[in-house]
Design a protein around this ligand. Structure first.
Ligand SMILES: [Zn+2]
Length: 328
């Protein structure tokens, strides 16, 4: 379960039970000064156990260890409270750090579900989706004092020098770590292989897909030999993967254009129900509410992107936000 990728740089797999992501890759760098843990796993027993065992095997003392969080999702930051001591510095972007500290505030969740309620998402299922949301269940519980990193911030650990790269899209404050000497990228959930990073929106005021595509272009230009992602396997062919991801989103956007073309005006929930999903359920009706929530978020990210390109527009009809093709 522990693998040494480069000298003193280890990958450990933290299990994520009943989650389609299967596991989280936490990376640990040992040094004579402070050690660094990059991403932690969720705030739940199964993750704590494996993290604890791995730290023991690697002979890591938490008093001599700092934490780096690539982004706000609970599978990446859930154990931050649990792993910190009074000597720990916890690095995170300002945008994502602020959201992590607001996850215990029910108002934030109400805001997201309020926007989705302007669609045909059944209210009971919407409620169930939020109560089962991993961000609601498995995030850190106490307020965290973050040490803010931004574009160009440098982290030196042992022989490694990491540069922070702002890569908004999967979240607004997502950060990748680039080590130019080793041509190594710790990509968080910005670049993944075998699965596609989820790009979601729960508001009409944001355009994360536009940001994500720009962040992909930014990484494409770097010189990278090895990508260490937040989930699944390590990979090398990053430019090929970036091209695939861009094509994937273009195809999703085209699929939505076709849905609106043939079905007429639709709300976000209706659009999501007609998109194709790479998931084990046979039909939309079998999706658990939680999966529907993620699907609708992804549909809205693509709808906002198309709206930003003036290809579609929306209006409020009978208390539902409906989208339709713009006439040329
Ligand atoms: Zn994530």
């Amino acid at each position: 379960m522990i693998k040494e990728i480069l000298p003193n740089l280890f990958k450990i797999e933290i299990p994520l039970p009943n989650n389609p992501l299967k596991s989280l890759n936490s990376y640990i760098i040992k040094s004579k000064g402070k050690n660094l843990i990059i991403d932690t796993g969720m705030n739940r027993e199964e993750c704590k156990k494996v993290m604890e065992q791995s730290l023991k095997k690697l002979d890591i003392e938490l008093e001599e260890t700092d934490l780096f969080i690539t982004h706000l999702h609970a599978d990446h930051c859930g154990l931050v409270n649990y792993l910190s001591t009074k000597n720990t510095t916890i690095f995170c972007s300002e945008a994502d750090g602020n959201i992590i500290n607001s996850l215990n505030d029910t108002k934030k969740w109400q805001g997201m579900s309020h926007f989705i309620s302007f669609s045909s998402f059944p209210p009971e299922e919407l409620k169930a989706a939020l109560t089962n949301h991993p961000g609601y269940k498995y995030s850190p519980r106490e307020n965290i004092e973050f040490s803010i990193v931004k574009e160009g911030s440098i982290l030196e650990i042992g022989n490694y020098t990491f540069y922070c790269l702002e890569t908004p899209g999967h979240t607004f404050g997502h950060i990748c770590l680039y080590e130019p000497g080793e041509k190594l990228l710790i990509s968080g959930d910005h670049l993944l292989i075998d699965i596609t990073p989820n790009i979601s929106a729960w508001s009409d005021r944001v355009n994360p897909l536009e940001q994500y595509l720009k962040s992909l272009d930014k990484i494409y230009k770097l010189d990278i030999s090895i990508v260490l992602p937040g989930h699944r396997r390590i990979f090398y062919n990053y430019q090929e993967r970036i091209s695939e991801l861009k094509l994937h989103h273009q195809e999703r956007a085209n699929e939505i254009i076709n849905i609106l073309k043939y079905q007429g005006p639709q709300d976000g929930y209706q659009v999501a129900a007609q998109m194709t999903w790479d998931i084990k359920y046979d039909s939309w009706n079998q999706f658990p509410p939680q999966q529907k929530w993620f699907a609708v978020g992804e549909a809205i990210a693509h709808l906002n992107y198309l709206e930003g390109r003036n290809l579609i527009h929306k209006e409020l009809k009978d208390n539902k936000l409906v989208y339709q093709l713009s006439s040329k």
